[in-house]
Ligand binder design. Sequence first.
Ligand SMILES: Nc1nc2c(ncn2[C@@H]2O[C@H](COP(=O)(O)OP(=O)(O)O)[C@@H](O)[C@H]2O)c(=O)[nH]1
Ligand SMILES: [Mg+2]
Length: 195
Amino acid sequence: MIVQSAEFITSATQPSQYPPAGLPEIAFAGKSNVGKSSLINTLVNRRHLVKTSTTPGRTQLINFFNVNDALVFVDLPGYGYAKVPVAIQKRWKPMVETYLSGRTTLKAAVLMMDIRRVPDDKDRYLIQWLAHYQIPVIYVLTKSDKLTRAQQIRQLALISDTTGIPQNHIIPFSAKTRTGKELIWEAIERISHAG
Ligand SMILES: Nc1nc2c(ncn2[C@@H]2O[C@H](COP(=O)(O)OP(=O)(O)O)[C@@H](O)[C@H]2O)c(=O)[nH]1
Ligand SMILES: [Mg+2]
C-alpha cells in the first residue's frame, strides 16, 4: 500500500460519536505501551499522526484515522496498565467491546503483544474474545529490535505455545527498523478487500 494521505477523523467513547460507517476499518489493540501508536505511524509513514507516549494508559478514547480515503484505522485504548485508576480501567471493557462487537464495517483487528513478554490473562482474554466474535486477527509482536534473532525465535515459540496461535500467523515487527511492515500491510489489504 502506498500511503498518500492519513488524517485524524475523530475521537469517540460510544457509538453515537463514531464517524459514519462506510470504509473498511482495521482496529489496533494491545496493552498500554506495547507500541500501538508507533506501529500505526510506521504503517502510514508518519512520525506523529498518532501521539506516542512515555506515560502509558492515559488515552481512553477510540481514535479514527482515514487512510487514503480507502481504509479507516481505529486506535483502541490500551489495556492492562497498573497505574491507570481502576475507574478508568473499568471503562475499557464496555468501550472496546461495544466497538468490536457492533461495528459493521470492522474487517480485522491487529492485536499487538510485546515480543519480550509472556502473554498474560488480559492478552489471552482479548484473543479468546476476538475469536468468539469471529473477527479476523492479525497478530503482531512489537519491539523485535530489542531482542537478538535467537531470542526472537525463542519468544515466538513461547508466545505461540501460551496463546495457541500458530507461529506462522504471528508477525514480528519493529517500529525502529520497520521489520514486518510490509507483511502487516499485505495482511491488512488481503483482509480488507475480502469482505
Ligand atoms: N525499541 C523500540 N521501541 C519502541 C517500538 N515501538 C514503540 N516503542 C517505544 O515504546 C514506547 C511506547 O510506544 P507507543 O507507540 O506510544 O505505545 P502505545 O502506548 O501502545 O501506543 C515509546 O517510548 C516508543 O518509542 C519499537 O518497535 N522498538
Ligand atoms: Mg498509543
